[in-house]
Design a protein around this ligand. Structure first.
Ligand code: ADP
Ligand code: MG
Length: 318
């Protein structure tokens, strides 16, 4: 590497004395003070691989943004407050322009969420970004996948299907037809951290929508040992799907990944509290169905008739 490993870290990643950490980048470990006495640490890792999670010609600024955004999304889905992260980076070569852009995107979202980079590892290899985030949450307030109960409402934030539309068009060689807002949803996902924090003690189970609605809801159903009914007309399809064939709209909304919205269950008595949260955050929250006793996922049309749920979430090994 023309630029050595340590120069690279110093130039691009070390931004001076740590704020959140007692000791940040540069020693064998970072040191963080214990979290608030009764809180627990929430820890999550997500890896992005070129060609698998982002395209080789993707804007490095958006790759930096998305690498941390998908991790913050996991904290959001747990109701945890972000504190710090580490980054493990494999680079095929030292491309200073690429690294500069990557770090701009990375640190912009890190600063917005007050989530500090405290360490990492850097090596040569196929372009891979692996981030571990640390957050904190009072243990009883964590939004776990196993907490849904029969008769809970099912809610979804924001809109569905836009990011998957961008992927679909690209695979079909028709990216020029993708509305800008859909392309932006794919490259610049916005983790719903403020929503996750607001849902403590309001929602029961939550998950972030990374792999598609039916697959991700399926994780809650499995872990909570319950079933669900979804009302197709209630699903908040993104406006960028307007005018696309019905079968495609349904597939993108149900099985398309990369939306990074939150799906959560909550007792019906919390409806007005949840609507107030949506208004306060200026974020649409749609009530899309309910948890039922038993198992399985059923989808219903406007007249309550069953629709097929053949769409499965994205599985990286499928
Ligand atoms: P070690 O030999 O203990 O693995 P390294 O020599 O890999 O340590 O890293 C030196 C220091 O730089 C460590 O504090 C490590 O956390 C940090 N570091 C390495 N790569 C990065 C990176 N990409 N971003 C931030 N910190 C990094
Ligand atoms: Mg190392």
């Amino acid at each position: 590497m023309p630029l050595g490993e340590f120069e690279l870290i110093a130039r691009f990643f070390d931004r001076g004395p740590a704020r959140e950490a007692l000791l940040g980048i540069g020693d064998d470990c970072a040191l963080l003070a214990p979290v608030e006495p009764h809180n627990v640490l929430a820890v999550s890792t997500d890896m992005l691989v070129e060609g698998r999670h982002f395209f080789h010609d993707a804007d490095p600024v958006s790759v930096g943004h998305k690498s941390l955004a998908v991790n913050l999304s996991d904290l959001a889905a747990m109701g945890a407050r972000p504190r710090a992260f580490t980054i493990a980076l494999a680079l095929p070569q030292v491309d200073e322009d690429w690294l500069g852009g990557f770090c701009r995107g990375l640190f912009a979202i890190a600063d917005r969420h007050a989530c500090e980079l405290v360490g990492g590892d850097t090596t040569r290899g196929p372009l891979t970004v692996c981030i571990t985030v640390l957050g904190e949450v009072p243990p009883g307030a964590a939004l776990r996948r196993d907490a849904a109960q029969p008769d809970d409402d099912i809610w979804v934030s924001g809109t569905l299907g836009a990011a998957a539309l961008a992927v679909h068009d690209r695979a079909a060689g028709r990216s020029r037809e993708t509305p800008d807002r859909a392309a932006a949803r794919l490259d610049w996902p916005e983790p719903r951290v403020a929503l996750g924090l607001s849902l403590r003690h309001v929602a029961r189970a939550a998950i972030d929508l990374s792999d598609g609605l039916t697959g991700d809801l399926g994780h809650i159903l499995d872990r909570s040992r319950v079933g669900a009914e979804l009302d197709w007309p209630a699903l908040p399809l993104d406006a960028s799907l307007d005018g696309r064939p019905d079968a495609l709209r349904r597939r993108l909304a149900l099985a398309g990944g990369d939306d990074y919205e939150l799906l959560f269950s909550a007792a019906p008595e919390n409806r007005s509290a949840i609507e107030a949260i949506g208004r306060r955050l200026d974020l649409p929250l749609a009530r899309v169905g309910r948890i039922v006793a038993g198992e399985g996922l059923r989808l219903r049309d406007a007249r309550g008739r069953p629709l097929p749920v053949d769409a499965h979430g994205f599985d990286h090994f499928a």
